[in-house]
Design a protein. Structure first.
Length: 245
């Protein structure tokens, strides 16, 4: 069993963090109980202060959660999302064997705001659907997002339709509109009060702000802005070197 090197330059609690992360990823499953602070002190021959610092770091990174009076447990594994091809939340969750669900929190038609005029290069007379959703996997809140769709492209879109099938399926089957490509922008943020309530995490939790621009060719057909839980997602980009020699 790997031990903390007391003579190393790296702080002892960070060494312990690395050791425990490797243990969690290789040997433990979701909701397994982690050893108590006293047990960890004995196992790795470190002080209670070192263990507490390490546990705090693991909790901040989303590897563990604490239940008062019961102990410390392993959090659910993060969804690994590859960014080298187009994806939808619903399809990705199904591939992982999870049950996706989109809870529609709001559905309304609005006039173009300043931001929408800039994004869609339109005037203030244009109308948009504003769709607020809570995306879940196995009934666990994952993303709180707001989607804007041009009204003129998708007339007669209803909340009922979006409840019956995923949004991209609705656009394809009812309007013959298929997303050809999308651009996404990621920014680390701390959750505000409203997002924390819906995502069921403490206010100020590390998360990702995601902006998506989806196109069916030259036309922008969707603008979505959302907040994804930092403890539930890991984004992966594959980098290929095309240089010869």
């Amino acid at each position: 069993m790997e031990q903390v090197d007391k003579d190393a330059e790296k702080a002892k609690y960070l060494q312990l963090v690395d050791i425990l992360i490797e243990k969690i990823e290789k040997n433990l499953s979701e909701d397994d109980r982690l050893e108590s602070e006293r047990e960890l002190c004995d196992l790795y021959e470190v002080s209670r202060t070192t263990v507490r610092q390490a546990m705090g770091e693991l909790e901040k990174r989303g590897y563990i959660y604490k239940v008062k009076g019961k102990g410390t447990f392993i959090s659910s594994k993060r969804v690994k999302q590859h960014l080298d091809s187009f994806y939808s939340f619903t399809n990705e969750m199904r591939k992982l064997g999870k049950t996706p669900k989109s809870e529609i929190l709001g559905f309304e038609i609005i006039e173009a705001t300043k931001i929408l005029k800039e994004k869609f290069n339109c005037n203030e007379d244009n109308l948009f659907y504003k769709i607020t959703r809570l995306r879940k996997a196995d009934d666990v809140p994952m993303i709180h997002e707001i989607t804007y769709l041009p009204f003129e492209m998708f007339e007669n879109l209803t909340k009922k339709l979006l409840k019956e099938m995923p949004m991209y399926e609705v656009l394809k089957k009812k309007y013959s509109v298929v997303v050809k490509f999308a651009e996404e922008y990621f920014e680390p943020v701390l959750t505000e009060k409203i997002e924390s309530l819906y995502l069921k995490i403490p206010q100020g939790s590390p998360s990702l702000n995601i902006e998506r621009f989806a196109y069916d060719g030259n036309r922008l057909i969707e603008y979505t802005v959302g907040v994804a839980r930092g403890d539930k997602f890991k984004y992966v980009v594959r980098l290929q070197n095309n240089e010869r020699g």
